[in-house]
Write a protein of this length. Sequence first.
Length: 229
Amino acid sequence: MKKTCQICGKEESQTEILPAIIVRSSIEDLIKTKYPKWDNNGFVCKDDLQSYRKEYLQKLLVDEKGELSHLEKDVINKLTEYESISANIEKDFISDLTFGQRLSDHIAIFGGSWKFIIIFSLVIFLWISINVFVLLTKSFDPYPFILLNLLLSCLAAIQAPIIMMSQNRQESRDRNRAEQDYKINLKAELELRPLHQKVDHLLIQQWERMTEIQEIQLEMLEEIKKDGR
């Protein structure tokens, strides 16, 4: 007997067919709104099931958050297609940097280190010492060290935008990392919800069985009492 999807009518030879009984009740309710003749004993193709899973997740997030962002749409697509969301953001970010961007990052790192502060302090000390104590009357930059002030002003004027460019890239890196964390957390939340529903369903079934067993035991006790009389 050929297995046929009860939604699109495709046969097992044309697509991957799954038993309808594996469909969650929430998605099943959504399917029944469009296909009232849905049968749990039938079959459904993987493409249609993924489509309804995607529609259900979109509806779920829209009811909770309103309009969906591109991040949430990406999570839904990856979740319904069973694709991994996690990625090495740092590796992808570094691979896209140009030579100038790499150079500015190294300059910013060096400019914010104790090594730079010590070297810079030594250069200034030597500059002043040479012009005041060594060269005396033939100093190339006598007090008040106008040439030194000019060089320091030029250094600050160049260093400031370089550091700002590096900080902007760091903010972009942090933003990408935050978006990645949000997508992973959202996917985990959406995957945990059906697990909670299944656990609740199992607990309800177990409770009903325990209640049924207790009723049977009470009936047996009543029968034993009657026989004893």
